[in-house]
Write a protein that binds this ligand. Structure first.
Ligand code: G6P
Length: 369
């Protein structure tokens, strides 16, 4: 066990720290910016179906569903195809409308989640083309899909998914760029820039991991909180959901993720000096808006912990804590901005004496309904 953990105290921490490598493995041979090369070997025969799709349906559960929500932003931006993201468990029981040739992307780390498997069988029976995005080679969902792309993230043991999430978003981003490039919705210059940005992700994630000691300190301050609010906008909104899920899963602290602008329609009523608010506030098109959201929290005495782009001075002046991470193209940002949130949930859980790798009531893979 100790050997498998590679010197780390828990699998979860090991897997968080493995991310520069797992993302690199995920990109290997698929992206070569110098040769303007981007290809997913597992998606060839049906690639045209994806390129010409009228809409894309993405299915998943838990963290995989969050990766799907990030992909919705990315596909719509780069490929200009409408995307619907569904919980597999809901999709399968509501007589979904699918027509021949519709495209479904099923996301599953294990490839064994019962709801996701049943949902794709249903979609397949109605004539959809299924692309699987799985980590486990030869898994049921991988086999039930027409085509797909593996994550190559290596085995994930910790029940709370970490490196699978960043690899899922990496694969889905590659898919969206391939499709956008084929459709002509991404210009050549942006295409090249995105390939370089993809290649730089491992180094940037490595840098984001350097926040570990600072996050340990922040965790010691907030470990006894009873609630946490996570806010983000755009592609970082699903990251807020994922951060909240991580905290719930392993530390048993109630946490909610919200799109920052929706705060005023409800959660703002909860904010007082007892409420830590984690804001993902990296530089993007809604930056100024999120600065006002931070001010709204501050005005109600909430404690603000902000994840910002390196060198940000404006938010530093107003937040209680700022965590700096390297910037990248805003639609690739979730792969970096999620890292401090994984670390925060890990450290808080350890400080509360929770069983980090095997949290109560949860299973790594839910193979029953
Ligand atoms: C379980 C795990 C989660 C995971 C979800 C979906 O609930 O605890 O970490 O995100 O299943 O699993 P999958 O293998 O389909 O990605």
């Amino acid at each position: 066990d100790q050997i498998e953990k590679g010197g780390y105290e828990h699998f979860m921490l090991k897997e968080i720290f493995e991310q520069p490598k797992s993302i690199k493995d995920c990109l290997r041979g698929r992206v070569i910016s110098e040769q303007a090369h981007l290809a997913l070997g597992g998606i060839r025969q049906y690639l045209n179906k994806l390129v010409n799709a009228d809409r894309i349906i993405i299915l998943g559960c838990g963290t995989s569903w969050h990766a799907g929500l990030v992909a919705e932003y990315i596909f719509e931006e780069f490929a200009r195809i409408p995307v619907e993201v569904e919980y597999a468990s809901e999709f399968r029981y509501r007589n979904p409308i699918i027509k021949e040739g519709d495209v479904v992307i099923a996301i599953s780390q294990s490839g064994e989640t019962a709801d996701t498997l049943a949902a794709i069988e249903l979609a397949k029976a109605k004539g959809a083309i299924i692309f699987g995005v799985c980590n486990v080679v030869g898994s049921s969902i991988a086999r039930a899909s027409h085509e797909g792309a593996y994550l190559h993230a290596g085995p994930e043991i910790g029940v709370a998914s970490t490196k699978a999430f960043t690899a899922q978003v990496t694969v889905l981003t590659m898919m969206a760029i391939i499709v956008g490039h084929r459709r002509g919705t991404i210009k050549e210059s942006l295409f090249h820039q995105l390939l370089v940005d993809l290649e730089n992700l491992p180094v940037k994630v490595e840098k984001a991991l350097k926040t570990n000691e600072q996050i340990k300190y922040i965790s010691s301050i907030f470990k006894d909180a009873r609630n946490f609010l996570y806010l983000g906008r755009g592609a970082n909104f699903p990251v807020a959901l994922e951060g909240a899920l991580k905290l719930k899963e392993i530390s048993y602290i109630h946490a909610e993720g919200y799109p920052a602008a929706e705060m005023k329609h409800g959660p703002i009523a909860l904010i007082d000096e007892e409420m830590p608010v984690m804001v993902i506030a990296t530089k993007d098109q809604t930056y100024e808006k999120i600065v006002s959201n931070i001010q709204e929290v501050r005005a109600r005495k909430g404690k603000v912990i902000a994840i910002v782009t390196e060198g940000d001075k404006q938010i530093e002046a107003m937040a209680d804590f700022v965590i700096e991470v390297p910037g990248t193209h805003e639609f690739l940002m979730p792969i970096i901005s999620v890292v401090p949130l994984q670390l925060l949930s890990y450290h808080i859980a350890v400080m509360r004496g929770c069983n980090v790798d095997q949290p109560r009531n949860l299973a790594k893979s839910v193979t029953v309904e």
